[in-house]
Design a protein. Structure first.
Length: 603
């Protein structure tokens, strides 16, 4: 084939492939345009998660009738003019390709009117083919309707998920822009039902509260620091609030939501020691700096940017947060602003020195709360025999282990050969020497194997809740919960929709009876979201099993009664792969007599 220029339609289709992945991408591009147009009010209406319809109405500056065709033409923008402007970008958009791309793969209607114009005008584009512009009666501002996204690109359409999932992504895209622009009134409806209605807020904390609830908003810790022309401001959540993934880490660069691995790392470092392992901080941070110090033109959807001095920003973020945490009485804040107020300078100094020990108290409190019931329906029990049917399973290719082989059988009455050290480790005498066992890692592995078997055969034992518990979720979380309700039921968690983003938990795994259902459900949903990209349902299930096993297992720091130690060691003998916890860490360190003799220079 000779070299030839691609037609604009092909160029647009290629651009669409990069920029428009799903309805959420359309939502993002359209509301960013509305914000760039100076709108004070933006209404977003979706049908079927946005795959049937996305309609965005704004009261911004509008587009003159004479420019309507240009608006849907690739590389046509009113936001930059010269290449130098690329280094001074102050708007969310500038590439001039979003509308052209969307128009290529949907049925688009663009209706707009400027303040100067006596009437509005309308342009329809169907799969890239523009119709004639017609006069239209409309108020000043712009309305864009995107119908049947990907109707002419079946390959893309195939990748669309259920309306609930698409809605979850679209709501997230909406939140990212709405959080960045608290002074704009944003509204989101789905199927005619209001999902968010966010009146203008002068205070960012108010907008955060509108979106994420008062519980988080009221205990936020305010951050504000300057380094030359760079300002870092916003809020970090009290460590009592955390998540299993990093989705509640919002970072805005000059009003644009971005992701930055290096800064995420700095955030993790700042919270090091304040959160339990596996938990992620929550934050809402804004970076404001001269546009010339950052290149926003490195990513098609501008999610990632390149900073001129990334190292310095890293230090600024880490330093600001660390200093703030050291000088904040996190515990008082956790009680709520009401009793934290009116502190004298003396109080503040005392709080600063107390901070660390209070955190330790807090972590301990968390640990003891999560303690599982020893007389509960399944975990380690003194009556070891009755557990045999649960644990003595035959995996393909393995021999069942004869009960006589148990060395640490509780029936032998706990012969004193195992002791617990520091409520963390068990030291046992073995035939060839000794072993040091990580009690949590071992119990986690044992439970994991047991749970896996049960889930694969008939599901976990559940406990019906006398009063079903309502749990408030985000739109995306609620969608994921509903989509995976069958899988959750297998794990013992039964959920039903309860209007809006609330679901009712009606039954619950008996082995987690001591943990609040809301917490467990959120954690499972977070795992489901985290595994979203993974195509393998087995992997997702496995991940959920790990989560449940980890939650139900005795913790590092739990004191164990002698019978509990015996039961744990007895179950160890009949558990496959007991040498490693489900995350791959070893459960025990082995020291042979020979090694010990060598160390003591006996041989
Ligand atoms: P970009 O935002 O990168 O300039 P788009 O394809 O998103 O590219 O939009 C093209 C142009 O259409 C914009 O530069 C702007 O002039 C105009 N436009 C798009 N949406 C709106 C809107 N809601 N209000 C006013 N003008 C708009
Ligand atoms: Mg744009």
């Amino acid at each position: 084939m000779p070299i030839q220029l691609l037609s604009p339609s092909v160029v647009n289709r290629i651009a669409a492939g990069e920029v428009i992945e799903r309805p959420a991408s359309v939502v993002k591009e359209l509301i960013e345009n509305a914000v760039d147009a100076g709108a004070t009010r933006v209404d977003v209406a979706l049908e079927q998660g946005g795959s049937e319809l996305v309609r965005v109405t704004d009261d911004g500056c509008g587009i003159p009738a004479s420019e309507l065709s240009l608006a849907v033409t690739n590389h046509a923008t009113s936001k930059i003019n010269t290449a130098d402007d690329l280094f001074q970008v102050a708007t969310l958009g500038f590439r001039g390709e979003a509308l052209a791309s969307i128009a290529e793969v949907s049925r688009l209607t663009l209706r707009s009117r400027t303040a100067e114009a006596a009437a509005g005008a309308e342009l329809r584009v169907i799969g890239g083919a523009a119709q004639a512009i017609e006069p239209a009666g409309c108020p000043v501002g712009t309305t864009i309707e995107i119908g049947q996204l990907f109707f002419n690109t079946p390959v893309r359409q195939k990748f669309l998920r259920s309306p609930q999932t698409e809605m979850g992504h679209a709501a997230e895209a909406f939140i990212r822009v709405a959080l960045g622009h608290p002074r704009v009134h944003f509204r989101l409806t789905h199927g005619g039902r209001t999902v968010h209605d966010l009146p203008p807020a002068t205070d960012w904390q108010v907008r955060i509260g509108q979106l994420f609830g008062a519980e988080i908003a009221e205990t936020l810790i305010e951050i504000d620091s300057h380094d030359g022309p760079v300002r870092l401001s916003g809020f970090a959540a009290n460590p009592m609030h955390s998540r299993a993934n990093n989705r509640l880490q919002y970072l805005f660069l000059n009003g644009r939501a971005i992701r930055d691995r290096s800064l995420q790392h700095a955030l993790g470092e700042a919270y090091r020691g304040l959160l339990l392992t596996g938990r992620q901080p929550i934050c809402f941070l804004r970076l404001d700096m001269p546009p010339a110090q950052v290149d926003v033109n490195v990513h098609p959807t501008k999610l990632e940017v390149r900073f001129q001095d990334a190292g310095r920003l890293y230090s600024q973020l880490l330093g600001t947060l660390r200093t703030k945490f050291l000088t904040t009485d996190l515990k008082a804040l956790a009680r709520g602003p009401a009793d934290a107020g009116n502190s004298s300078p003396d109080d503040e100094i005392a709080a600063a020195t107390n901070g660390a020990s209070q955190l330790v108290d807090w972590v301990k409190g968390q640990l003891s709360q999560q303690r599982m019931p020893m007389d509960g329906p399944m975990p380690i029990r003194p009556h070891f025999e009755s557990n045999i049917p649960l644990t003595l399973h035959q995996l393909p290719g393995t021999e069942p282990i004869a009960p006589a082989a148990y060395r640490y059988d509780a029936a032998h009455g706990g012969d004193g050969k195992a002791i617990q050290l520091h409520n963390r480790y068990l030291v046992v005498e073995t035939e060839g020497g000794m072993e040091v066992i990580d009690q949590h890692a071992l119990h986690e592995r044992i439970l994991y194997e047991q749970i896996r078997d049960k889930v694969l055969s008939h599901g976990l034992e559940t406990q019906k809740l006398l009063v079903p518990e309502p749990v408030d979720l985000s739109a995306q979380e609620a969608a994921i919960a509903q989509e995976n309700s069958e899988l959750l039921a297998k794990l013992g968690v039964e959920v039903q929709p309860f209007g809006g983003e609330t679901v009712l938990v009606s039954s619950y795994p008996a082995m987690l009876a001591n943990l609040p259902p809301a917490e467990v459900l959120r954690e499972l949903i977070e795992r489901l979201i985290a595994g979203g990209a993974s195509p393998d349902p087995h992997e997702i299930l496995d991940d959920l099993l790990h989560t449940i096993a980890c939650k139900a297992a005795v913790k590092y720091g739990d004191h164990l009664a002698p019978e509990e130690i015996d039961a744990l060691l007895a179950q160890r003998q009949i558990t496959e792969n007991h040498h490693h916890c489900p995350h791959g860490r070893p459960t025990a360190l082995v020291f042979t007599c020979e090694e010990l003799d060598k160390q003591f220079k006996r041989i």
